[in-house]
Design a protein around this ligand. Structure first.
Ligand SMILES: NC(=O)c1ccc[n+]([C@@H]2O[C@H](COP(=O)([O-])OP(=O)(O)OC[C@H]3O[C@@H](n4cnc5c(N)ncnc54)[C@H](O)[C@@H]3O)[C@@H](O)[C@H]2O)c1
Length: 309
């Protein structure tokens, strides 16, 4: 039995990770301010603290400290830039200090957004990034970049066991779909199931590569637990690029919807293409994404359907 602290553990990725940690008999503490998750996801078995991670104080020691807390959706974080930066700066430092005091393994959930509008596709971990340092997305991108830098500083200066992952567009059941929080897959599914227009920002030729949440969890478990990975930074994503227009058509067809596709202004600093170079993660974690986009979309659509019934 390990003691595990998870910030943002009530959100989409957090729910899947914490459920697995619990199923292994670990003692899990979740600190979450419910800023982007609607209700508390865990009824019992989890110590739930409703608090911004920047303000969380504890004298407890943990075996694993996992920092997920952040607003992840562009529409939402660009309206809350200060909070987003604080979660990924002061929040990261709080978690690092708890990990240091505990002599724990620290896992940071960074993002493919550290690459910005990359001109090297698929993008390897060694790519430095092409990022606007003060643009509308900078609260997220630069927060993630700062957090990686400070985590690596704790690794180098204090020999803290630090592991960093860069997820690329993870989706699946429990991803929040409504209002400002909706990321592209849940937004399209929601629009199709409710018969509204599918709204594409720009002409839909921009690409993303999507990873189903079970595959994300499989990689994350190994990155957390495998010995000898201190100081490791890994992409966790897919290398299968899909245009946003193609994605919209696939979701429309998979839902049997008659929604029209409509086009709105392209978002500022929206990356043109995104695809993960998986060489390192395949070799180091002996991991491979197993769920096809068709299968993952079908499972996610079923989950949305059940909720709407
Ligand atoms: N899902 C993805 O595709 C993806 C891709 C790249 C990176 N990430 C990163 O993974 C992490 C989790 O993302 P998610 O998809 O589960 O998002 P989510 O919005 O579902 O979960 C984030 C959780 O963090 C909480 N939170 C936000 N700021 C907080 C703060 N300051 N203190 C305490 N709690 C706070 C929210 O209430 C929410 O429960 C985030 O750091 C995100 O940037 C996610």
């Amino acid at each position: 039995m390990k003691k595990v602290l998870v910030s943002g553990g009530n959100g989409f990725l957090g729910f899947h990770l914490v459920s697995w940690l619990q199923s292994k008999g670990n003692e899990v503490t979740v600190v979450d301010d419910l800023s982007t998750s609607k209700e508390v996801a865990f009824n019992d078995g989890v110590n739930f603290v409703k608090e911004r991670i920047e303000n969380f104080e504890t004298s407890e020691k943990f075996d694993y400290v996992i920092h997920l807390a952040s607003r992840p959706s562009p529409e939402d974080y660009s309206k809350n830039p200060v909070n987003t930066l604080l979660s990924n700066s002061i929040g990261t430092i709080r978690m690092l200090d708890i990990a240091l005091f505990s002599n724990a393994t620290f896992l940071y959930t960074s993002s493919s957004e550290v690459y910005g509008n990359a001109d090297l596709i698929p993008t390897p971990e060694s790519y430095y990034g092409y990022v606007n340092p003060n643009g509308i997305r900078s609260c997220y991108d630069e927060g993630k970049r700062f957090s990686e830098a400070i985590a690596m500083a704790y690794f180098r200066q204090h020999t803290l066991d630090v592991r960093i992952q860069r997820p690329f567009n993870v989706y699946g059941p429990r991803i929040r779909e409504d209002g400002l929080y909706g990321r592209v897959i849940p937004r399209f599914i929601n629009q199709c199931l409710s018969g509204n227009d599918i709204t594409i920002h720009g002409d839909g030729s921009q690409t993303r590569s999507f990873l189903y949440v079970d595959d994300w969890l499989a990689a994350t478990k190994t990155l957390l637990e495998k010995p000898g990975l201190s100081g490791q930074v890994l992409n966790i994503g897919s290398d299968r690029e899909v245009t946003i227009k193609d994605l919209a058509e696939r979701i429309r067809s998979a839902t049997g919807s008659k929604s029209r596709i409509s086009f709105t202004d392209r978002r500022i600093d929206d990356p043109e293409r995104r695809s993960a170079d998986l060489k390192n993660v395949r070799r180091i974690l002996a991991w491979e994404p197993k769920t096809s986009l068709e299968e993952g979309l079908s499972k996610t659509i079923n989950w949305f359907r059940e909720r709407m019934e």
